[in-house]
Design a protein around this ligand. Structure first.
Ligand SMILES: C[S@@+](CC[C@H](N)C(=O)[O-])C[C@H]1O[C@@H](n2cnc3c(N)ncnc32)[C@H](O)[C@@H]1O
Length: 393
């Protein structure tokens, strides 16, 4: 058997509430009729699982509520139980519900339905479980699960459209995303990242494909990330690299104290955004989780990245997730000398509604100045370092 566990805190928007009041560390439930909790809509593998709601000891707890676990976006109820304030108290301010998934299920949520007599504060939701190894082996995604696009498999204008279509079409128009969600290596990496990442599931699936199937085809190089915030996507990549890219390290650059000053002419983001990070806690977590191939580098990219990259020699994958024009441009330019021929530039933001500054950096620098064409536009904007590049070392 192998284990998985997810932890969701009240500020994670995958935990939803219809009648609750969301505060920094708690979702406060007033004495009103309705759905106090629903979400987080995770995909689970077949196995035995447990949902645990922890309640805030500082918030008075009264009455009773219906706790249940549903799958397939509420179409299937897996378990339900009436819980009372007395039971919550006896359980150390928590309520748990065991359930099993007879097959891989999508959109699993934990709900708390209240009738106006219940009040409490939700401090976290945990979903954990045991997966059967035999099931896991059967579900491993292989390269033959990717579609075979009708274009030639060759390099054209500096990128391989066949490979871009394999990932993009596979994720957009087939059940590849669902298959990836059930893959044990994806599952483990996703569980380790938990609610520490705001990168969406399709993008995480694309990163999984890149690391498992495409990066091993390139010369050796490390993974760098510009914009790590609470560390989730870096941990996700490090977990996959441990399995598929021996010797590869992940370097996550961030202030870990919020956005720097931004340019009001082009950026919708403002200084100080994403400041809710505790780097000491993040270090403790990666230590505890045994993710030894990730290093977080604190400070402005402009003050930290050059020295770290100088020591690391080569990079094969650069994940640029920093939202604003100046940072995207700087990240790309500083990492370029280290990028191996054919290396991947993976941009999280340029096609997001609130990141036109990131889009402008890609348009001006990669497309106009460096004459690159993209290999993939959905769910990421992906470019390749020129294959004919002469490396500096
Ligand atoms: C969208 S968040 C990254 C999300 C993260 N990859 C995840 O897994 O959720 C963007 C991050 O970029 C960082 N950032 C932007 N410009 C920066 C700069 N010049 N130096 C350091 N960090 C920067 C911000 O501090 C913020 O944490």
């Amino acid at each position: 058997m192998s284990d998985m566990s997810y932890l969701f805190s009240p500020d994670d928007l995958r935990l939803k509430t219809a009648i609750g009041i969301r505060e920094a560390n708690v979702i406060r439930i007033p004495m009103t009729n309705g759905t106090a909790l629903y979400g987080p809509y995770v995909d689970l593998l077949a196995g035995r699982h447990q949902a645990l709601i922890r309640f805030d000891p500082e918030t008075p707890c009264h009455g009773g509520a219906m706790m249940d676990v549903c799958a397939e976006f509420a179409a299937e109820r897996l378990a339900e139980q009436w819980i009372t304030a007395d039971q919550i108290l006896a359980g150390g301010m928590s309520a748990k519900l065991e359930f099993s998934c007879p097959r891989p299920l999508q959109g699993v949520e934990v709900r708390l339905l209240v009738d106006g007599s219940f009040s409490a504060g939700i401090a976290s939701v945990e979903i954990s479980g045991e997966l059967a190894d035999s099931t896991s082996e059967l579900l491993t995604v292989s390269i033959s699960d990717l579609p075979e696009p009708s274009v030639e498999n060759c390099v054209r204008k500096g990128r391989n459209l066949y490979e871009g279509y394999q990932r993009g079409i596979g994720l957009a128009f087939s059940n590849l995303g669902t298959r990836i969600a059930a893959d044990p290596d994806f599952h483990r990496a996703r569980a380790l990242a938990g609610s520490r990442t705001i990168v969406d599931e399709a993008k995480l699936a694309n990163i999984f494909l890149l690391i498992k199937f495409f990066l091993p085809r390139l010369p050796f190089g490390h993974i760098v990330e510009f914009g790590s915030y609470r560390g989730g996507s870096a941990i996700f990549m490090a977990s996959l690299a441990q399995k598929f890219l021996p010797g590869v390290e992940v370097f996550g650059f961030d202030t870990f104290a919020g956005m720097p000053a931004t340019d009001r002419a082009v950026d919708a983001h403002r200084a100080g955004g994403f400041s809710d990070v505790d780097l000491t806690e993040l270090h403790r977590y990666v230590e505890w989780a045994g993710v030894r191939n990730v290093t977080f580098v604190k400070g402005y990219f402009e003050e930290t990245a050059a020295a770290v990259l100088e020591q690391q020699h080569s990079v094969a994958f650069c994940h640029i997730d920093c939202d604003i024009r100046s940072a995207v441009e700087y990240a790309y330019d500083i990492a370029r000398p280290c990028m191996v021929p054919g290396g991947y530039w993976v941009f999280d933001d340029p096609l997001s509604a609130d990141c036109l500054g990131a889009a402008e950096a890609v348009e001006d620098i990669l497309i106009k100045r460096d004459g690159l064409n993209s290999e993939q536009v959905d769910p990421h904007y992906v470019f390749r370092e020129p294959f004919e590049k002469v490396t500096r070392r």
